[in-house]
Design a protein around this ligand. Structure first.
Ligand SMILES: Cc1cc2nc3c(=O)[nH]c(=O)nc-3n(C[C@H](O)[C@H](O)[C@H](O)COP(=O)(O)OP(=O)(O)OC[C@H]3O[C@@H](n4cnc5c(N)ncnc54)[C@H](O)[C@@H]3O)c2cc1C
Length: 325
């Protein structure tokens, strides 16, 4: 988000922009897992908007039906991907030059020779040269590639702290009749929400096969920060089964669904570890985030707040700071 936002502001100001991203797909932590039957946003779940520029984009996404409004039980109406964030992100990315699957291993400037260009090394690829650089990766990854001579920016990148998150993606396939039994106490196929014990957030979304009379539930389970931190080095497959078992047991205790119809073997179960999921401490305004002399700026949620919209604002701020040169 921070990278797309920076690109958006720079492009509006007639700068040539190249986005380099190590991810296979764009979006970073606003991430969608591709699957033919199920749809999973296994990173960020929902967002709100206050910033007028970001809100304009979101309203465009809502008009294109890429974004939908979801009634969060505590927060009220929030925005979610419809059915996932993928198409919204694809639209945001479309105006820009972007290379995916490109891990930046180093950025270098030969200061002593008075070189003005940055040389950006990419794993298994030719380096790229640029007059200006905005780094929008999480703080630890930023720190790892910032050169030694940028002492203050390196210090800034040490200020942020993160909580990890273990995310589980579970897909269930049911006959339409079983889906109706499972759902017996409810009038419609509403999302199945859960926040209890080791699970800090879980949502199950329904979809229905048009021809084969089958219903699909795509379930995201986010383990609590405490559980995630304690178990992050454990076997992910084991954790997936454990958290899936916990999900089922809470659902049956709460008598929310008639889980007797759930199949023994679910159709899809995968775990994902977000080591830097939610920023728990941001680098505050007193910490330097732009070096004008060397034409480099930092952006990301770790500089402005642990939210999608904050990441957007930080990207724009970084671009504006370099444009001011
Ligand atoms: C499980 C989870 C749940 C969340 N829930 C919510 C929520 O409900 N609402 C909300 O507002 N926010 C939520 N967040 C936080 C939200 O996702 C982030 O605040 C936001 O997406 C951060 O955007 P960003 O651009 O700063 O960073 P990122 O999305 O992390 O983007 C960083 C980019 O840098 C790339 N990168 C990293 N290292 C390199 C490298 N060496 N070379 C090239 N590219 C590199 C990555 O591929 C990535 O694309 C959640 C996050 C997680 C993980």
């Amino acid at each position: 988000m921070a990278g797309l936002s920076a690109a958006n502001t720079l492009t509006k100001n007639k700068r040539d922009v190249l986005i380099i991203d190590k991810g296979i797909n764009p979006g970073g932590r606003l991430s969608t897992k591709n699957h033919p039957l199920f749809s999973f946003d296994h990173g960020a779940q929902f967002f709100t908007t206050k910033d007028s520029e970001f809100n304009e984009l979101v309203q465009k996404g809502a008009k294109n039906k890429e974004i939908a409004i979801f009634d969060h039980p505590q927060k009220g109406p929030v925005y979610v991907g419809n059915p996932v964030f993928k198409s919204f992100i694809s639209t945001l990315v479309s105006p820009f030059n972007i290379v995916q699957n490109a891990l930046v291993t180093k950025i270098k400037k030969e200061v002593e020779k008075g070189t003005r260009d940055w040389c950006i090394s990419i794993e298994n690829s030719k380096p790229v040269y640029a007059n200006n650089v905005i780094l929008t990766m999480p703080a630890p990854q930023t720190h790892a590639i910032l050169p030694e001579f940028l002492t203050e920016l390196r210090q800034t990148s040490l200020k942020a702290e993160y909580q990890p998150c273990i995310a589980i993606l579970a897909g269930i396939q049911l006959s339409h009749d079983s889906a109706l039994i499972l759902n017996k106490n409810r009038s419609t196929f509403e999302p199945i929400l859960l926040e209890k014990r080791n699970i800090s957030w879980s949502i199950g979304k329904w979809s229905h096969g048009e021809k084969n009379n089958t219903s699909y539930i795509s379930i995201i389970i986010h383990a609590s920060p405490k559980f995630s931190l304690k178990n992050i080095e454990r076997n992910l497959n084991q954790l997936s089964h454990e958290l899936w078992g916990e999900w089922k047991s809470i659902i049956s205790e709460d008598n929310k669904l008639n889980i007797s119809v759930l199949p023994e073997q679910i159709s899809y179960l995968e775990g994902h570890i977000w080591r830097f999921a939610r920023v728990s401490r941001i680098a505050d305004d007193s910490h330097m985030r732009t070096n004008m002399q060397h034409s480099i700026a930092l952006a990301g949620d770790w500089l402005s707040g642990p939210r999608i919209e904050s990441a957007w604002i930080s990207g724009r701020n970084a671009a504006i700071s370099l444009l001011a040169k």
